[in-house]
Design a protein around this ligand. Sequence first.
Ligand SMILES: Nc1ncnc2c1ncn2[C@@H]1O[C@H](COP(=O)(O)OP(=O)(O)OP(=O)(O)O)[C@@H](O)[C@H]1O
Ligand SMILES: [Mg+2]
Length: 650
Amino acid sequence: MSIRQKISLPFIVMFLATWFLGSSAFGYYFSRSLEEKKSDEIEALGQIIFRDFEKTKNQLEIHARLISENHQIIEAIKSENTPDLLQNVLPLKTSLSLDLIKIVDQDGNKLIDLRVPLLTHATLFDQIAISQAIHGVNLSSMIATKSPVVYVLVGTAPIKSQEGIVGGVIVGHAISNDLLKEISEGLDKDIVALHQQQQIASTLPNGNQIQWHNVLNGKNRDSPKIFPSRPKTQELYINQQPYMAKPIVIHGLANTKLELLLLSPLQSLRQSQRRLWIAVGIFSLLGVAIASTMGYLIAGAISRPIKKVTDASTQLADGDLTIRVPVISRDELSQLAQGFNFMAEQIQQRDRELKLKMQELQDTLEKLSVTQLQLVQSEKMAGLGQIVAGIAHELNNPVTFIYGNVEHAFDYIEDLLNLISAYQQEYPEPTEALAETIEEIDLYFLIYDLKKILQSMKYGAERIKSIILDLRNFSRLDEADLKSVNLLEGLENTLKILQYRFKPQANRPEIQLVKDYQNLPLVECYAAKMNQVFMNILSNAIDALEMVANPMIKIKTKFAENLQQVQVAIYDNGCGITEEIISKIFDPFFTTKPVGKGTGMGLAVSYQVIVDQHGGLLECVSKPGQGSEFLITLPIRHQQGISDHISDKV
Ligand SMILES: Nc1ncnc2c1ncn2[C@@H]1O[C@H](COP(=O)(O)OP(=O)(O)OP(=O)(O)O)[C@@H](O)[C@H]1O
Ligand SMILES: [Mg+2]
């Protein structure tokens, strides 16, 4: 669930709950109040109708009195003239719209009894009324009839003459449909008169067909009995239609009890209630829509900046340290954005520092590994130097001894040979034994060969001496002084020494020497060692030119003033060097030359001299078949090489 949903959902649920409860309470309250209003209205109408009945009864009493006070009627009773009495009463019946006029004499005997057709055949229970009238009581009440049952509102009055009571009059209005219509006129309500749950009159158009027994006992609907001791307004269903019913009980003579129902249809109320609930429903839905939209928008307003920070965090985690969140307002979310930006700034700063430190570390590591390599190399060289120095030292004495004595041996043998020669001149005829010995040892060949042997011994001893010198140079046992020298002079001297080697040989013509010299400043260096380097490189070049048709060596010197460096390049168009070999040529004792010809020390010593002892560079550019170029770069001011320091310390 997104943060937007998390924020908006409780908001919407709370709003909906409140809205639902509020609108339900509102709907219920208005619906109830409509019902209560209806109930109050029908209660009030019930009172009115009750009063109307009372009024009718009182009017009947007045009418009775009016008749009782009529002189002609009194006279007719006194004279017992019934036709006269009838003649006087009939107009009154019509004018007062009476349903019943009954006049009795003072003993209660009926004189006239005028009834509307409804009452014509009914048995009238009017004894109490008559008795009251002839006893001088004015009365307004109600009586009932039997077969058919009709309730009649009555008013009675005694008929008095000067002599006293001569009779009594009873007037009445039958409770009929017309009477009920008259009473309910203008009320827009219906009235039903009931006797033992049977309709006796009603304003309802089809009241006769209604099963009142079911309606009243709530058989159609589950409603309670409608006429208990204290009847209350309640809801009834007549032909499935809801009505608000107000029961009204009117008591009459001889325990007569008329039950009236004032009926107010509830259909319009129900419709109003339905409309109200529909309106509440629509407003609720509208409220839901508004609440949801508002909740969604508000949640969006809150969650959007949070989402921005979240997205930025992801980008930051992915390595985009430049990411920042815009700070627009001054609320808590903006503080969050500010906090994030500050954090990102810190991380970026740390990252920069870390990278710097890592770079430093990397550099240090590189330096360290170079130093380590150099150390190892110098260790090796130092060890080798010691061994070489030891060997050189050990060899030097016997070689010096041999070399020193070879000369003497040469002289002595020369002397001995001279002596033999002198003997031969003195004694040209040797003895037989002597001649035999001369013959045996092949003296003349011996003399010839001995000289050669001695010569080669001398050459061998010289060679050993030169190797020892190389070894001593390599092991730096002979440290010459540092001087400012002219390198071109050194080059020329070396070339002079090697001059004989440029001469034509059996396997190649004379080597052509090309000099491309640029004047060089004096260079601070160990001159003898530099010469040794030139010697080694030039010797190698000469060696490489064997079997080459047009052998050529080119020497080029250059001064790079801005760098304060001199360069000596020695090129030969010899056999060249393969890629595999080129990586090993500076290793001590690496040689491709036959045993006895090369020791493999020339370039190793040269490298040590140039790089370690002079802080320069010795590079080789070569390809098989394309010749080789050795490039010496030297600073004109002497710089102590690394291995010098190290080996000094060692
Ligand atoms: N100019 C060159 N052309 C071709 N190969 C060369 C050249 N200079 C050096 N080399 C190769 O480098 C190897 C090593 O040379 P380096 O001078 O150290 O030893 P070397 O000449 O074999 O013996 P020495 O100790 O007598 O000099 C040589 O054996 C040769 O194979
Ligand atoms: Mg060599």
